[in-house]
Design a protein around this ligand. Sequence first.
Ligand SMILES: Cc1cc2nc3c(=O)[nH]c(=O)nc-3n(C[C@H](O)[C@H](O)[C@H](O)COP(=O)(O)O)c2cc1C
Length: 374
Amino acid sequence: MSRLVSFDDAREKARRRMPRFAFDFIDGGAGTETGLGRNRAAFINRILEPRALINVDGDLSTRTRFLGKSWAAPYGVAPVGLAGLAWPGIDRFLARAAEQAGVPYCASTPSTAKLEDLHDCAPNSGWFQLYVGSSQEIVDDLIERARIAGYDTLIVTADVPRPGKRRRDLRNQFALPLKITPRFIWELASHPKWSLGVLRHGAPRFANLERYAEPGASTTSLASLMAKQSSGRLDWDLLADIRSKWPGKLILKGILSPQDAQRATSEGVDAIVVSNHGGRQLDGAPATLDALGPIRDAVGPDFPLIVDGGIRSGEDVLKALMAGADFVLMGRAFLYSVAALGQDGAAEAFTMLQTELTNAMAQTGVRDIVDISK
Ligand SMILES: Cc1cc2nc3c(=O)[nH]c(=O)nc-3n(C[C@H](O)[C@H](O)[C@H](O)COP(=O)(O)O)c2cc1C
């Protein structure tokens, strides 16, 4: 019997089980957080048309082909940096659960487990997300490491030319290394399961970047190394350079303008993620669901499009597909589930999502997910 009722319930439980600074880091967005709210509002306000008298008895199919592979469902785990703050060990839990569920798992440059270890957890479904930081040497090395580890898909994130200004983090004075203040000690003492998890799995760290720091480097210098992983130097020339170095599928993440999307199609990009980084970068950015339609029109019906931002249920997945996406990614929903339920929350999230999606398909007369037209 699943203990997960909804991702909204999981969020409330996660809020109680996580230290305040950690929950705010995961949950928060840029500026006034109206952009964050806009992502959700767009899904809430989108209406699905119920259809009746269509025989939807028996199993409905959510299987889909995307970027040359067959997936059990058209959703996957978005790349999340410092996910270990949500729940210690979470990167591996989610990678294994996604592999088990037959859907993509995106390891991130600032993930709290090594990209090589995460590929071992998700050998068939792992994608690797790259930040183009200020050091070209590190960028080239990360690309090479991803190839050697066996990843076949690289996601280049394009929407972090500067770190986002997140007011909750500033108010909490959230920075790495975590400062040992009386309030911090109180937060650890009042969230014992989270703190015990840290004892078992170690404090969240930039596992992929440690090798680029001086031997014995402090967390502070690692944090500054991470800060340099967001840089404003990514442009079309640099993207072409990455394209020439990466033999596998290349996904460009963080596109919101139809012009940018159209250009990407002629630069050898295999897919685009219509994304505003979960409302964490530009408060005034459009809701991703609203940006999706004009981008679909710009790139044509066949170009592979992914959308993320504010997806919190199987119905939302269906809404995204009906609005023109081929695939969706979800970030916070999976973080809340594991923070609420621990390791079991990873598998339970996929089970619940699948039930919600097929239920919504039945209500709207969709027997097979591939029949949804763009
Ligand atoms: C805590 C957190 C960390 C994130 N870190 C990254 C990252 O390292 N790389 C990246 O491309 N996107 C990152 N994202 C953005 C997600 O990949 C995704 O675009 C976003 O979470 C989607 O919105 P949702 O959380 O509402 O599903 C992060 C998001 C969150 C919430």
